[in-house]
Design a protein around this ligand. Structure first.
Ligand SMILES: CC(C)(COP(=O)(O)OP(=O)(O)OC[C@H]1O[C@@H](n2cnc3c(N)ncnc32)[C@H](O)[C@@H]1OP(=O)(O)O)[C@@H](O)C(=O)NCCC(=O)NCCS
Length: 170
């Protein structure tokens, strides 16, 4: 059994898998539907090749397709969530929740104590998701994101204490 198969978890009717290079075309497609600043397969491969990087995806076995992905990187005792997206037609079914929990759990197993991310201050869906899962606001980066119309949006920096989160739940 391959490492990816061993790491596979069934989550309701979805499967959580490790991301490999073969998944990057599909992830690039989903990324382009989620973000104005789309990442192509070359950028995604560079991210995956960085030391400490990992990715997880949620697949819908019934449709044999990927519904969403998360990419993150652990450096020393910190993990940064680099990107998380769910295909528009798959939203509202708990897939982002599974991806976030899966990323935090993988980060903790890789010895990260802190989990960081940035989110656009007007991204209400993502903000609600993160606030409900142990992340707290720690800073603001003015005009961090560029929008399609050329305007800019602030980023909110968030952090989660993974030790506190997992020790509380164990
Ligand atoms: C944000 C995003 C990841 C949510 O994905 P999803 O699979 O639909 O989310 P889930 O079904 O797992 O919902 C998890 C929680 O997110 C919040 N949420 C999700 N969609 C929401 C919406 N449209 N409005 C308000 N809150 C929402 C809720 O708190 C929800 O929990 P609840 O159902 O218990 O209320 C998805 O909309 C997306 O990919 N957006 C574009 C990319 C993006 O913004 N990524 C995050 C960048 S940091």
């Amino acid at each position: 059994m391959s490492k990816i198969e061993r790491e596979r978890r069934v989550w309701h009717d979805h499967e959580i898998n490790s991301v490999s290079s073969q998944d990057l075309n599909v992830i690039a497609n989903i990324h382009a539907k989620c973000f104005f600043d789309a990442w192509d397969t070359k950028i995604l491969q560079q991210i995956l090749d960085m030391p400490g990087s990992f990715g997880i995806s949620v697949r819908r076995p019934r449709f044999d397709s990927m519904a969403g992905f998360a990419l993150a990187r652990v450096v020393a005792d910190e993990c940064e969530l680099l990107s998380l997206g769910v295909a528009p037609e798959c939203r509202g079914r708990g897939i982002a929740k599974a991806l976030l929990k899966g990323s935090m759990s993988r980060a903790f197993s890789k010895k990260a104590c802190w989990f960081f991310l940035e989110v656009a201050t007007d991204n209400n869906a993502a903000m609600r998701l993160y606030l409900a899962h142990g992340l707290v606001k720690i800073g603001n980066r003015p005009d961090y994101y560029e929008n399609e119309d050329g305007s800019r949006t602030d980023a909110c920096t968030m952090r989660c204490d993974l030790k506190a989160l997992f020790n509380r739940h164990n």
